[in-house]
Structures are given as C-alpha cells and as structure tokens.
Design a protein around this ligand. Structure first.
Ligand code: ATP
Ligand code: MG
Length: 552
C-alpha cells in the first residue's frame, strides 16, 4: 500500500498499536460460517483482513466458525477455501472453531468455578421474558443461585447427553440490569443432539457464537478481530469473557458491511434462490457469490480493485452495482482478447471477391502492445449483424445500406450494391463489392468511411451460444423493498442467444481466456461449454447501459 494513501480508521488503530509496541506482529482472521458460499460482501471482509496483515507485516488465519452443526457442510468449507485462494490470498493457518471444543468446554468450566456461569432449566421463552426490555431490567430466577458444585455436575451431565435438546442451557452470570441486553446473562452453551460435519457425534452441546468467537480469537492470538457493525453490542461480552478467563487479549473492531444495489448479501436468502430454483446453482453467473462472479468472468483483480475503491466506513450505505462493473470493465479492457461474433445474422455476399478465401490478421488487443495477432479467415460469403443494415438509411447512419460504404474490421472497405428479401419481407441477403486496395494495414484506396462492422466468414464460422445476463433483481434496494425479496426477481435476468456465429479461433482458445466480442461486450467461456457447443457468459456490457436506462 502506498504511503500517500490515507489510512482508514482500522489501519489508524493498528498503526498506533504497532508504533506503541503493543504487539510484535499483528494477526487477523477471516471467520466464515460454512453454511453457504461466499458473496461479494465476504470479499470485502477478506480484502480488509488480508490487506491489513499484508500492510502491517503480519498474517491472517482462515477460521471456520462451525459451531452450528445443522447448517454446516464440508461442501461449503471447500468452496470457501477455493474462493479465498482465487481472490489471491494465502492464510497462515486453516482453523476450525470445532477444533477448540475441548478448550471452550474447559473455559466454560472455569467460569462456573469462578461463580460466573450457571445452568438454567428455563425455556427459551421464559428466559426471554425474564431478560426484560432495554428500559425494564431483567429478573433473576432460582437457577441463578445454584451452587458451583451443582452447576459443574449439571454441565457435565449436559455434555454427557443426559438431557434433551432445549432442556437446559449454560448462561454467564453478569448483570440482569445492564443497559446492554447482551450482558443480561447471555447463553454460552446449548444442547443440540446433531451430527457435526467434523466432530461427528462427539458433542451434543455446542457453544454459542458469543462464547466461541472471542475465545477462538484469543486461542489463536488474533490481535485485531474485525467484524461488521451489528456486533458492536456484542463487544462488551467479547471483552468480559476474555477478561474473566485471563486469556490473550484479542480486540474487536467494527466496520460497515457491504450492501449493493440490485442484489442481496445474505447466505440464507441466496440459499433460498438456489433451493427454489430461481437460479441454477450457487455459482449461477447472476449470483453475487464469488463463485458466480468467477463463472461469469469477473477477475480477482477487479474485485480487489472494487474493495479498495469503496474503502471501509463506520456507517452502513449501499454501493452502486455499476461501480463493480466499472472495475471489471477497466481490467478486462486491458487483458481481453478481441474476437468477432455475429448475432442475429444476415448473409453478405461480396460479388467481386474472386480469391475464394484468404487469412487476414487481426490484433488481439489494441490496449496491449504484446497482445499479438491472430488469423481470421475471410471469404466471399460472410455473416454480419442484421442490425448493421438499414433498407432506407437515415442521414447519420454510418453502417450498411444501399449504396453505402463501410469497412469490414481488419479486412476491406465494401459498398452495398443491392439486397434481397424473403417471402416474409425480411432481408435475406446483401450483395456488395469490395475495394481490393483498401485492405487493413495496407490501405492505398484513399477512401474514408465512418463505420466499421464486425463479421465472420460463413463457411469458417462456428456456432456459439451467448448467455446475456442482466440484474438479478429489478429494484435498487432489494432488502429494503416491500414484500418478499423474491417478488423483485428480474424475470429477464438471462437471455440465451443461440443465433450467434463466432470466428473459428474461439474453438482453440484457452478456456480461461477473457474475451471482448467486438461491439458486444466482455465474455467468458461457461463451465458447461464444450468444443462442439461453445457457450459464453456475458461478463459485462461494453458500456454502462444501465445508468442510461435509469435516467430515461
Ligand atoms: P450472511 O448473513 O451472508 O450469512 P454472515 O455475516 O453471517 O453473512 P459469516 O460467514 O459469518 O457470514 O461472515 C464471515 C465474515 O464476513 C464475518 O466477519 C462477517 O462480518 C463478514 N461479512 C459478511 N457479510 C458481509 C458484508 N456484506 N460486508 C462485509 N463483511 C461481511
Ligand atoms: Mg454469521
């Protein structure tokens, strides 16, 4: 990170901690719960946590916060690891909260021994009522006065599986009148006779988030534990546990979570989209998941750039999805291979072209001096876009029409002589003549034309399918919109165009190559594409058509 750039508020804190010698080196962590695939909000947290340790010369742990056995799966663990790596980050240690279950249990026993935790037999409803409200203090119950010995015995019996789910909980004994509801004897452990994806059936009691998270941080010697704003009221409890246990003093800091227009950032809701078939999978290219964005053709560089640009804030806001697309375009413009693909085609016959065919050479990327060139076969019968021809051209129309001239990209200047229509009245063929001296790169014709069209040679072209994606939701603020979030799904978020022809180079191009289909957009080969059936996903359009749309 360059020194001229001003530090964000968390970097300020760390920089002071480092300057004062409080920590020898810093350690952060990224702590996902393996209950879904990561989304772009997580990418922000990943970039922040890994970015901080990189900047200050420390490290970052990847910790799976797997204390909720019923929702967690190994599939999610694997996808999370793949996503973090793909984003370009390396963790120092791969950790699991479940690896600390023995230690966490011992911590809980320690609190009981200090008279700071008790077993409560009340129902969840009773506990909620007894907690009071922010303005009314809570009331205790008799369980609160259980002896240390009784609590130790009961907690051991909970662990031994002697009680049913929900029959008892372990609570911290803090302050039932605290203005912070999280300090009103919060739950530390619950009984849940469920199979855990890593510990199997060893445990039937599981620590609550507030008891597992801070202690896991402390066990790993995390110096700066960064989380989102909703955890501000949990901080007092985080500090309380660490202080009472006398363990490594990790500290919690909060930043505003990422919200974006036209999409949602909640694994729970994203799971619904998958389960109810609104999208095909977690990595459906319309999903705001990292795996969806990868499949769509977003690059890790562009996602990191986006996270850097939005920075971090102390207040929630909603970021325009167009900013992410801008970052994607910026990067792809530099690296994408230019190719020609024609959709909704019409035949163009060059009547005076007698060579039969020839190989022309076309630049792969005008933005990249080392991008090289490729061969593009040319012949007397081409496909061009139907939309590039007008029967009765208007005054400022610079594409093709009767008697009009255009340049064919990387080829020749042509002049339209006539056209034919089919029985339905649609243009079925266009006849043109070419200017032999006008070949791109060695043009001596002296003719200047305004329009350049892309094309493919009909007998060499390969069929391609284009998945054209649009916003997944049709309202800006999906979370804030009225009704169920699924009421706002954009019914036209995917248009499959199976009319397209592409230049033959596409068949042998690398599967992970980034493309700009000239005048159409940036595209990336889909994971289901084969040599016999080429399928490309539109990563992003060339221009922000959406912004214009909104101004109308
Ligand atoms: P979700 O509601 O989508 O499940 P979560 O916060 O429950 O999100 P976790 O797996 O617990 O998901 O998150 C791992 C880390 O990513 C946490 O530190 C969390 O604060 C952070 N995170 C999650 N969502 C966002 C977001 N939208 N913006 C920034 N950070 C986020
Ligand atoms: Mg969570």
């Amino acid at each position: 990170m360059s020194e001229e750039k001003s530090l964000n508020f968390i970097e300020e804190i760390i920089s002071q901690d480092v300057a004062s010698g409080k920590y020898e080196s810093i350690l952060t962590r990224f702590p996902p719960e393996p209950n879904g695939y990561l989304h772009i909000g997580h990418a922000k947290s990943i970039c922040l946590n890994f970015g901080l340790s990189k900047h200050f010369g420390g490290g970052t742990n990847l910790r799976f916060d797997d204390t909720n056995p019923t929702k967690e799966e190994t599939e999610y663990v694997d996808s999370i690891k793949a996503d973090v790596k793909w984003l370009g980050f390396e963790w120092v240690k791969e950790c699991y909260a479940s690896d600390y279950f023995d230690q966490l249990y011992a911590f809980a026993v320690q609190l009981i021994e200090k008279g700071l935790a008790y077993v409560d037999d009340s129902t969840a409803e009773q506990i909620a009522i007894e907690k009071g409200t922010p303005t009314v203090p809570g009331t205790g119950n008799d369980y609160r006065n259980r002896s240390i010995a009784e609590n130790l015995a009961l907690f051991a019996a909970m662990k031994a599986g002697q009680f049913e789910d929900g029959a008892k909980v372990l609570r911290a004994k803090i302050d039932l009148a605290s203005p912070n509801m999280h300090l009103r004897d919060p739950l530390l452990y619950r009984i849940k006779k469920a199979h855990h994806h890593r510990t199997g059936d060893t445990w039937c009691i599981y620590p609550m988030y507030d008891f597992a998270h801070g202690q896991s941080d402390s066990i790993e010697h995390i110096t700066h534990s960064v989380c989102t704003l909703e955890f501000i009221p949990h901080r007092a409890l985080y500090d309380w546990c660490i202080e009472q246990l006398g363990i490594f003093p990790s500290k919690q800091y909060e930043f505003a979570r990422l919200n974006m227009t036209y999409t949602i950032m909640s694994k729970r809701k994203l799971l619904q989209l998958v389960q109810e078939g609104h999208v095909t999978s977690w990595d459906d290219p319309r999903m705001p998941t990292i795996s969806g964005m990868r499949r769509r053709g977003y690059t890790p560089e562009s996602i990191r750039d986006f996270c850097e640009r939005i920075g971090i804030a102390k207040r929630e806001n909603i970021i325009d999805f167009s900013l992410l697309e801008f970052c994607v375009r910026e990067h792809l413009n530099k690296i994408a291979q230019r190719r020609m693909v024609v959709t909704n085609p019409v035949k163009l016959v060059i009547t005076n072209y007698e060579k039969g065919e020839e190989l022309l050479s076309s630049e792969n990327n005008p933005e990249d001096a080392e991008g090289g060139v490729r061969d593009v076969p040319f012949s007397n019968t081409l496909w061009i876009e139907r939309a590039d021809f007008m029967e009765e051209p208007t005054k400022k129309y610079f594409r093709l029409g009767p008697d009009l001239m255009v340049r064919l990209k990387s080829a020749y200047i042509i002049k339209c002589d006539r056209f034919e229509k089919d029985a339905e009245g649609n243009v079925s063929a266009i006849y043109a003549s070419y200017i032999p001296e006008s070949k791109s790169g060695s043009d001596t014709s002296g003719i200047h034309v305004k329009g350049t069209l892309h094309w493919v040679s009909a007998k060499h072209a390969v069929p391609v399918v284009l998945n054209e994606y649009d916003r997944l939701f049709s309202v800006e603020d999906v979370a804030g919109a009225e009704g169920d979030f699924k009421d706002h799904i954009n019914p036209n978020s995917l248009n499959v165009d199976a009319t397209a022809w592409g230049e033959p180079a596409l068949v042998n191009d690398a599967i992970d190559a980034r493309f700009q289909f000239i005048r159409k957009g940036y595209f990336y080969m889909d994971t289901t594409s084969t040599k016999d059936k080429l399928i490309f996903n539109r990563t992003v359009t060339l221009k922000d058509a959406w912004a214009k749309e909104q101004k109308k």
